[in-house]
Ligand binder design. Sequence first.
Ligand code: ADP
Ligand code: MG
Length: 269
Amino acid sequence: MTTSDTNAQQGGAAAPAVQAEGVEKYFGSLRVLKGIDMTVMPGTVTVILGPSGSGKSTFLRLINQLETLSGGSITINGELMGYRPVTRHGRRMLQTLNEKEIARQRAKLGMVFQRFNLFPHKTALENVMEAPVHVAGEPKDQARGEAVAELERVGLGDRLDYYPAQLSGGQQQRVAIARALAMKPKIMLFDEPTSALDPELVGEVLGVMRSLADEGMTMIVVTHEIGFAREVADQIVFMDGGVVVERGDSGIVDDPKEPRFRDFLNHVL
Ligand code: ADP
Ligand code: MG
């Protein structure tokens, strides 16, 4: 049994889905994240805003363990990511998890990137079935049934046998969302999912994300879509220069306090 199971069974107030404490990231001598704290409650949507280079993608990649932490900690449903607390000679220490354990932790998270990265030689259905069959080892028939359901969920039930090149950018991104959902993640991470799309295709992707939020999915979304943030976010976090400059409920986009946040909003709106 994991710590998170124990916590959940002991009841009381809901435990955070994601808890980041003092997260630090260096690339060589470049300090990209300077002590990020963030708490994401289950079933809520957190939108991260911030100018290019502020460390947003790095933070999401740390949550998903595509990068390793330089300092601080991240827990998902109470479970420490990347490390195991151990007691040696009466001292509490951290032990690095192995690849297999990290893969198990990563499976709780679904990630959607700016670039959809679909397999070009596979149909929409085959793209969504790929990980359940080849990573999770699901029987093909079961994976196919679930993939159809996920594609219907993103409004592509009539495009199962289309190849990526036969789909619009918005449709491809919706396939990418279905592909992430097919692994039954507890939390979805989105890194500028609409930034590479033609403006007329942005709405259909945001619509799918909104319906996911309505279904109660826990989501962390990096985006410049302020309208989406205002309407869907339970929490908005504005980052700049590797620190959180301002945070609050969705109202902060209409009443920013910090000059840097105000400037940012003036530029994106
Ligand atoms: P954002 O997503 O907010 O635009 P990033 O997290 O992509 O910001 O980048 C933050 C900073 O970290 C930038 O200065 C970027 O150049 C740097 N950076 C990101 N990834 C790497 C890497 N793999 N190696 C070196 N520097 C990196
Ligand atoms: Mg980025």
